[in-house]
Design a protein around this ligand. Structure first.
Ligand SMILES: [Zn+2]
Length: 337
C-alpha cells in the first residue's frame, strides 16, 4: 500500500488531543542553536543528521504501466545514488521485498547498489504492511520474508542487517502489541530504526506524480519549490522539538522516500542541511547517542516522530498545532487537476 493512503503523521495526534499547549517550540529553542553562516569547508558542524530512505527500491506510481515504473525506478535510483555519492553522504535504505520483486530481475540489481560503501540496507517488511491490522505472528512473517533479497545481499557483502523500520512507523497500537512487536524485532537481531524528521514527502510526491502524468512541467516546478519551502521549515522545527524535549541537541534522523520527487530535489535538500551547518552521519552513529538507547514506550495508532513520543513519555507539554502544515493545494492537487 502506498504511504499516502494512510494518514499517520504527528498531525493525526493533534486531533486526538494527545499533545497539548505551551511555548512556541521553534522560538523557544532556535535562538540557542541559531548558527552563523558557515565560514568554509573546515568550519565546525553544528548539527548532525542521518539520512534514511524508505520504500526501496522505488515508490511506484499507481496509474503507471510496469514498464514506465521500471524506467522511473532505474532513473530515480541512479539520480539519488549519484547525488549521495557526489556529496559523500552515508545512508540507510529500508527495502520492501514486494517492491523488489515487482521490478523483476532489475529489483535485486537496484537494491545491491544500496549495499556498497556507506550505503546500508535495512528491512521495511515484505509488503508495506500496517501493523495495526496484523497479528504479531503475521508481523513476524513480514519481517522474515522481508529479508528474502536483502538478507543474502548483506551477507555476501560481509554485513548483517541491523535496522528494521515499521511501515508508517506503526510500532504497535496497544501496549501489549507494542511489546510483542518489539520482542519480535529484537529476536530477529534488529534494532528499531528511529525517525525524527518527517517532511511529508509522500504527499508532495503524490501531487508530483499526478502533475507528471499530465505532463504539467510548470506544476512540477511549483511542487518542487513548495516541497523545498516545507523542508526548510520542518528541519528546524523537528530539531527544536527534539532539543526541547531532550534538553540538548541530538542527532536527527531524516525520513525520505525513494521517489520521483526526491530524485530531483535531493541536491537542494542536501544544500539546505549544509547551509545549516549540518554534517551527515550514519544511522548507527546517530542511534549511538544515548537519546536513542531506549525505544519510546508509547503505543499509538499513528506514526508520530520520535520527538512527540519522547515528549509524551516525559510528560513534556508541546503544542503539535504549531507544526507547519503542507499546503492545502498539495493535498488536494490530484483531486482537482
Ligand atoms: Zn514506508
Amino acid at each position: 500500500m502506498p504511504p499516502f493512503l494512510i494518514r499517520f503523521s504527528s498531525r493525526a495526534l493533534r486531533a486526538f488531543g494527545l499533545l497539548f499547549l505551551v511555548l512556541p517550540i521553534a522560538e523557544a529553542c532556535a535562538s540557542e542553536y541559531r548558527q552563523p553562516a558557515l565560514g568554509g569547508p573546515d568550519a565546525p558542524a553544528l548539527h548532525a543528521v542521518a539520512m534514511t530512505f524508505d520504500d526501496l527500491p522505488y515508490v511506484m506510481a499507481p496509474g503507471a504501466s510496469p514498464q514506465a515504473n521500471r524506467a522511473a525506478a532505474l532513473s530515480a535510483n541512479a539520480a539519488i545514488l549519484d547525488t549521495l555519492r557526489r556529496h559523500a553522504i552515508p545512508v540507510t535504505a529500508f527495502v520492501n521485498e514486494d517492491k523488489v520483486q515487482a521490478l523483476g530481475a532489475e529489483g535485486p540489481r537496484l537494491v545491491q547498489r544500496w549495499n556498497e560503501g556507506a550505503f546500508v540496507l535495512a528491512n521495511h517488511g515484505f509488503h508495506h504492511f500496517d501493523s495495526n491490522t496484523l497479528t504479531p505472528v503475521q508481523v513476524e512473517r513480514e519481517i522474515t520474508q522481508g529479508e528474502a533479497t536483502i538478507g543474502p545481499l548483506a551477507h555476501q557483502a560481509g554485513r548483517t542487517l541491523t535496522f528494521f523500520r515499521f511501515p508508517y512507523n506503526h510500532v504497535g497500537d496497544t501496549e501489549a502489541k507494542r511489546l510483542a512487536l518489539s520482542d519480535i524485532v529484537h529476536r530477529h537481531g534488529y534494532r528499531l530504526a528511529a525517525t525524527t524528521i518527517d517532511v511529508e514527502d509522500y504527499l508532495f510526491n503524490d501531487a508530483y506524480e499526478c502533475a507528471f502524468a499530465h505532463a504539467r512541467s510548470d506544476a512540477m516546478g511549483k511542487i518542487e519549490r513548495a516541497y523545498l519551502d516545507y523542508v526548510r521549515v520542518e528541519i528546524p522545527y523537528y530539531r527544536a522539538l527534539d532539543t526541547r524535549v531532550m534538553g540538548r541537541e541530538i542527532p536527527s534522523i531524516m525520513l525520505l522516500h525513494s521517489n520521483r520527487l526526491n530524485a530531483v530535489v535531493l541536491p537542494a535538500i542536501i544544500d539546505i542541511f549544509r547551509k545549516d551547518g549540518t554534517r551527515f552521519i550514519t544511522l548507527e552513529e546517530a542511534q549511538a547517542d544515548p537519546a536513542y538507547a531506549i525505544e519510546p514506550r508509547m503505543a499509538t495508532v499513528y506514526g508520530p516522530m520520535w520527538g512527540y513520543r519522547w515528549a509524551r513519555e516525559r510528560h513534556i507539554a508541546v503544542n503539535g498545532a504549531l507544526e507547519p502544515e503542507a499546503p492545502a493545494w498539495i493535498r488536494g492537487y490530484c483531486k482537482t487537476n
